[in-house]
Design a protein around this ligand. Structure first.
Ligand SMILES: [Zn+2]
Length: 177
């Protein structure tokens, strides 16, 4: 570890954040009033109160990642709903540590894990298509795989990438996030 990279700043519990498969350096700006995060090309500028407790950071980051997902999910859902010929009733992002997504085929409601903010957008897109496909076929049977292949030819490659991501900072595994 070299000196410049190794200087630990206790005021910034997250010196790097990953977002959609890319790692960003965090520029921390202490601010007594504002809490915000702005994503640049390679850096994320975070305004946050100094000496904030870890729980405050975790809930702030959870909100930030949820906002990032809410910025991309509606367009993906619209595109893949047309592609698959389905009509979801709504979606929500929630804390799920064991699944990327889930759905209720009867109410046509879909839930996405906050962890999806960690992976590249084509992999988010795969989960969107996967959950929408469940509105046509509830189980992972041959029909489900046939429908997926028809809609997204390279879905198996995307599954492999999801299981072996290039980037994983594990901020999402924090108990309260
Ligand atoms: Zn499934």
């Amino acid at each position: 570890m070299n000196a410049s990279a190794g200087q630990f700043n206790a005021a910034v519990p997250y010196p790097r954040l990953s977002l959609f498969g890319k790692v960003y350096e965090v520029d921390y700006i202490p601010s007594r009033r504002a809490k915000s995060a702005a994503v640049g090309a390679d850096r994320i500028a975070v305004l946050f109160p100094p000496a904030a407790p870890p729980e405050a950071w975790k809930s702030f980051l959870a909100r930030f990642y949820k906002e990032q997902l809410d910025a991309v999910l509606p367009a993906m859902l619209a595109t893949w709903s047309v592609q698959l010929g389905v009509n979801p009733s709504g979606y929500a992002v929630k804390r799920m540590h064991t699944r990327w997504g889930t759905c209720n085929p009867h109410t046509r409601q879909i839930w996405f894990s906050l962890m999806l903010a960690d992976v590249a957008l084509p992999l988010v897109e795969y989960i969107v298509a996967h959950e929408l496909c469940h509105l046509l076929e509830a189980s992972h049977n041959a029909r489900f795989k046939f429908l997926m292949t028809n809609a997204m030819r390279d879905w198996r490659t995307r599954v492999q990438e999801l299981n072996h991501p290039a980037v994983r900072l594990d901020v999402y595994t924090a108990a309260s996030l």
